[in-house]
Design a protein around this ligand. Sequence first.
Ligand code: ADP
Ligand code: MG
Ligand code: ZN
Length: 585
Amino acid sequence: MGRDPPDAGRPDREGSTHPVTASALPETRTALDVLTTVFGYDHFRGDQAEIIDTVLRGQDALVLMPTGGGKSLCYQIPALLRPGTGVVISPLIALMQDQVDALSALGARAGFLNSTQSVPERRAVEDAFLAGELDLLYLAPERLGVPETVRLLQAGKVSLFAIDEAHCVSAWGHDFRPDYLRLTVLAETWPDVPRIALTATATRQTADEIVRRLELHDARTFVSSFDRPNITYRIAPKDSPRTQLVDLIRAEHTGDAGIVYCLSRASVETTAEHLNAHGIPALAYHAGMPAPLRAANQSRFLREDGIVMVATIAFGMGIDKPDVRFVAHLDLPKSVEGYYQETGRAGRDGLPSTAWLAYGLQDVVQQRRMIDTSEGDAAHKRRMGANLDAMLALCETITCRRVQLLAYFGQDGPACGNCDTCLAPPESWDGTVAAQKVLSTVLRLERQGQRYGAGHVVDILTGKPTPRITSLGHDQLPVFGVGADLSATEWRTVVRQILAQGLLGVDSEGYGTLSLTEAADPVLGGKQEVRLRRDVRTKTSRTRKPAAAAADAELTPDAAARMEKLRAWRGATAKESGVPAYVVF
Ligand code: ADP
Ligand code: MG
Ligand code: ZN
């Protein structure tokens, strides 16, 4: 895969036409004929021609192509050309009717089978399939769990199986659908029917899992460039996210269609109300809403101009709305894959679009807590932790976001020049002493057998004598006020990054209290430097330079004495040689 195969974001360039020669095909009509006469396009994009050719020749294919790249044609055209019916497995039940309508409008013969149909409706589709009158049959994955469906498919003629949104088979992914595990039946029952799996997810792990679970060992793999050059990536420190969102829309996206993702249903509702109250037309979408209302909101978003859809991640897969001008996240996504998919819904028409994420300390606390309290074994938690760490690294990077994002998918390229970090490179500073102050505070509380959340730790550091602090006697701690050199906001930024770097953990009981991790040892021991990023805030002015402030913070005189006690307390004898000389405030 090269640096610049064309993709959805970019208008197709001259010379990217790959005509399929008629001689290569069993049919007199060529793929290119179908592209022009049925779909009305004049040339293939990217790998489309080769993918179609592969399936036409009866070979399996695995297609990793970004959202909007044009995956549908990769199975629709072979389905129109090969004898029999192309069976498309899709989790998007709500969109099946739309897809079938769109194909019918083009003169293709298409139908679907899912749980929303009445018996007569289903019969009609089954009869058409058995009579060989369908080019395409869309199937919800759970249908394959019904023995009649398998018998039905065996009784008719299947030309190919297309497994759309194939990443849903990944148990570790962000979109796991247990029904996808049924798809092994395809290879077992129809070993001679070609299968094409398609997804906009591209990590090695997910691709490997798709190959393994769908038995695509002999498939040809096609990987497109995942770069979406028309999307500007921005990640902002979270202050008051709804106000920040309104500011963003008013400043740059008045009258534009957009999607706003929130973690909770409650937050979806509140945010939609907030936007409407500020004159921005917004609709809500989450799994807790009645299905008809959800469907109505979705179709208004698709058909009307300038509507903002506020939603949980239940919304968006398979939505083909080309002119979504911005995707905003008010909460941290759980993984880079999720972030990439969700932001990928912006700018499918190739015009400039914004991906904006508000991210703060509370996000890290909340996500770590969710992982700890989630069901699943240790391996599952490790995997989720790794996903989160990669997402945090993207948030905290001081280099180009796009480079970081593509690197995650194993692709490389130069700095983009239009993401927030390219446009306003954040300073990094030596936050070692600041980190030591935070860690020491947590350590001192742990020594007393206590754990507190970030807010309390920041109050101690800044020397704020709140009633809670004084009643607990925390104003007597040696660390009380050692952080007066930075503001509370700056300390929260420091704590957030220390959490992101894994030097602190969050309790699993659900209170968000902080605890030291093993990784904190070398930092407290003065053996490891901590680099921190200085948040670039568009509104708040910078008051002081943390780098300078951190540099003049000296060790307290009795640090050595405390270190001794501390070593004893931490059972340092157990790991004699590697024991760090703790620097404790
Ligand atoms: P994906 O499933 O990869 O997200 P779709 O298959 O929905 O993408 O295609 C996205 C859009 O691009 C659709 O509107 C589709 O009609 C259009 N498209 C696909 N292939 C071509 C092509 N070769 N030329 C022009 N438009 C195309
Ligand atoms: Mg698609
Ligand atoms: Zn950049």
